[in-house]
Design a protein around this ligand. Sequence first.
Ligand code: F6R
Length: 589
Amino acid sequence: MCGIFGYMGKSNAPYIIHQGLKRLEYRGYDSWGISTIEKGNIVTTKDTGHIPESIKLKTNPTTVGIGHTRWATHGGVTITNAHPHYSTDRSFVLAQNGIVENYTELKAYLEKLGYIFDTQVDTEVIVKLVEHELKTTKTLREALIKAFKQLEGRNTVILLDSKSGQILAIRNGSPLILGVKEKDIYLASDPLAFNQYCRDIVEINNGEMIEIKDGKYKLFDIKKDKYINRKPREEKLLEIDIDKEKYEHYMIKEIVEQQHTILKATEYTQKQLQPFIKRLKETENIYTIGAGTAGFSADQIAYYLRKIGKKNAISIKSYETESYLENISPNDTVIAISQSGETADTLEAVEILKERGVYIASIINMPGSTLSRLSNSYFMSNAGSEICVASTKVFTSQISFGYLLSKTLVGEYTDAKRELRTISNNLEDFFSKKTFKQIENISKVLKEKEHFFVLGKGQNFHIAQEGALKIKEISYKHFEGFAAGELKHGVIALIEEGTPVLSIVSNDKNVKDLISATQEVKARGALTIGIGDKQDTDCFDYFIEVAKSNDLKAISNVIPFQLISYYLAKELGNNIDKPRNLAKSVTVK
Ligand code: F6R
């Protein structure tokens, strides 16, 4: 969350920074700010809301500056709270990505020393701390290092100094990467922000500081107190596919792309999978971890590894790994799942497990991400850039790969590939005008309701949860996904006349249970919607028949939820690609 950008070079810094921030906007879009140095002074333009397509900056063309796009943690969304933040003498500005976890203590300490705070953001604590350290250090870089070492939490900061004309940045946890092209130097939370200009990157690790001055950069290890010589290397970065083509929103484009992306995610040959399959065969337990949609992916992949792969696979939410950590041993294998490869909760769990000698494999969509670097091995989802904040195509890519892995474990690689091709072909027919119209019409009915329940079982249990998450993210309606078996144990108390209940029904051994559950809610007045394989029953008020599949029903069944989410949000006039309060990459805890 929050995007950081810095630039020093031959081009017009305000323009480059604005373009970079637009590309980082997926990390947060509450407010933004750009600071540049003009005639020795720092000039800043800030505003709340989305970064406009073109902006009228207070600054003239200049060659150095920093920028920030914010996802609020401490303090409301106001221009005052927007980064970068000035030092008291206005000689430097600082922007941050992360959370200063000891913010309260540090603020109290600084207030006692007489510092006065103008904002509610934790970043101001860093600024004041640097000012304070500057009283007893010779240089600003020394003061920054001393201040930075007092911060708790995963923080990355960038500072622009008008006196020396330099940019300083330190990374701990929250991502930061350097791009170099001759005399042009870029610094950003994600290389996507500058990969239209340069491909040569320098990785910055935790505890490293970057100093950019006079068109040159220097890397410094703040723990070992010494300079590091790290040459740029060319990285195959993900292209941002900013073309919406014929679609009105990225979300619908990305939903339709799934017929192709599930195949791209599973292009691995048996030979390529072999070393990891060998490891999985020998491993005692497999733990899958992830958060949010990637967490449901982790659940579904663990389900496939148990049900198909015959392994003891346990899914854990990244932010709830603590009670498991002691029991995970080097004889086990952890599979971390993450679109961005930068999710703080997932990285923190992986860092701890790695230290304990546990083998980490990951499924990621972002080349060069922190998770890929931390992992012993990784598999790319190859879904291309997913721009809509709500994840759709990456979710199905992840579970397709998990399915391929599970089938390969039991010698059924070819069968899995056949099934993936079948579902891909059937999805092509499913994405028809007729389907879109039907879901649009159902969404018009749902628009009037507030609370919704989604029921699933077995292969569809986690799909009920992911389906509900997808709809609440974009429509802001209260959807809850449950195991159908849970209904009678409490949830049914919430069913009243007109309550919409969406049941996922597949032609599998659970179908009877799902139909009984639907009958039970219908008897209590629920509005019933079936999603799945066609059923010979009159218990559904509406029925969405999904793309045909054999044992990959999770994919066919999740897609109608993505479409309901889309059409419902459209009906409600919500911002589909950038829903409120969310960010695509959750780099804070
Ligand atoms: C929901 C969504 C989030 C992410 C979660 C983890 O649509 O996208 O729930 O899945 O924040 O992100 P990654 O996959 O980047 O680790």
